[in-house]
Design a protein around this ligand. Structure first.
Ligand SMILES: [Zn+2]
Length: 315
């Protein structure tokens, strides 16, 4: 089973770590491209490709499969997968990565510990980095994925030494591989993590932030570039790839002092980032700080490139 989404497309910035894609795949659906790669490897392999996010509405598809490998990068999917795999008694081969480090374990295997025995609840959103923001050594996902494949083969072959009840922690910088015991809890007592409600909550907390489309912004800038203050909150490496001008205060070094020195509270502010998520957080913060006219560039600079100026470098 390959799960993806209609909006989940290959980006240039994926290529250094997501090894099944190449430059010709940029802009194409990830699940479809992965299917093509695996068929090139073996024309007899049977694949079911789902071009949609895993959610409570479609998670029953997990019942069709014997072993589940989690290759996602977000807590919503991990907790949902764990909940469904535990309910269906399916082994879940989980891996996660961060910068130079990775973790690997097999959950729900023969009544062994589940993911929530190790992590009872997701961390706050502000402490939830993902690969594109925190960075990851390019080869690390491939290493972690190969180790997941090893566990899958062992489970299929009925091997005894499955990485169940044990967390493998690896640091590719020091090349230290360590094992930690995972204590089995009473899984029936785990709280149900309603991650979709949590996601909706996050979205609704930004619901009163005004949005401006790239086309509208381009028209306003063309009419009077001095009428608004443009703020780029992406990191310096992103700014060096492409930008549409404006003041640059990266989210990682964002302080109220910097804002007070640089922006006027009474003049309209338009904030942008890559996709519009980080900029929405800053919009909310500016609004709470007394800025009267704050707008978020919807879809970020990616949408700007698609609808206004495709000469900028896409990443
Ligand atoms: Zn558990």
């Amino acid at each position: 089973m390959l799960a993806g989404t209609a909006a989940d497309q290959v980006e240039l910035s994926n290529l250094q770590r997501q090894i099944l894609f190449n430059e010709q795949d940029i802009g194409r659906n990830k699940a479809v491209v992965i299917g093509e790669r695996l068929r090139l490897l073996n024309t007899k392999v049977s694949l079911d490709i789902y071009q949609e996010f895993l959610s409570t509405n479609n998670a029953d598809i997990i019942a069709n499969y014997d072993v589940i490998l989690d290759a996602s990068d977000n807590y919503q999917t991990r907790f949902l997968l764990n909940h469904v795999c535990r309910s269906l008694a399916k082994p879940l081969i989980s891996a996660s990565i961060f910068q130079f480090e990775g973790q690997l374990s097999v959950f729900n295997y023969n009544q062994g510990p589940c993911y929530q025995c190790l992590y009872p609840a997701p961390p706050p959103d502000s402490l939830s980095p993902n690969c594109s923001l925190s960075g990851v050594l390019g080869v690390l996902p491939g290493v972690a994925g190969c180790l997941q494949a090893v566990e899958a083969i062992k489970i299929i072959l009925g091997h005894d030494d499955i990485l169940s009840g044990t967390l493998l922690s690896m640091n590719l910088l020091t090349m230290q591989f360590k094992h930690f015991d995972i204590i089995k809890q009473d899984c029936s007592l785990h709280p149900i993590i309603n991650v979709e409600a949590k996601t909706n909550q996050c979205q609704s907390s930004f619901s009163d932030i005004a949005e401006i489309t790239p086309v509208e912004l381009a028209q306003e800038l063309a009419a009077n570039p001095e009428a608004l203050q443009l703020l780029d909150v992406r990191e310096p490496f992103e700014r060096s790839i492409c930008h549409i001008g404006g003041l640059h205060i990266p989210l990682s070094t964002f302080t109220d002092e910097l804002v007070q020195c640089s922006l006027h509270q009474d003049k309209p502010v338009v904030v942008y980032c890559k996709s519009g998520v980080r900029s929405a957080k800053i919009c909310q913060h500016l609004k709470n700080s007394g800025f009267k006219h704050v707008s978020n560039l919807s879809g970020g600079i990616i949408q700007w490139i698609k609808t206004v100026d495709n000469n900028l470098t896409f990443y």
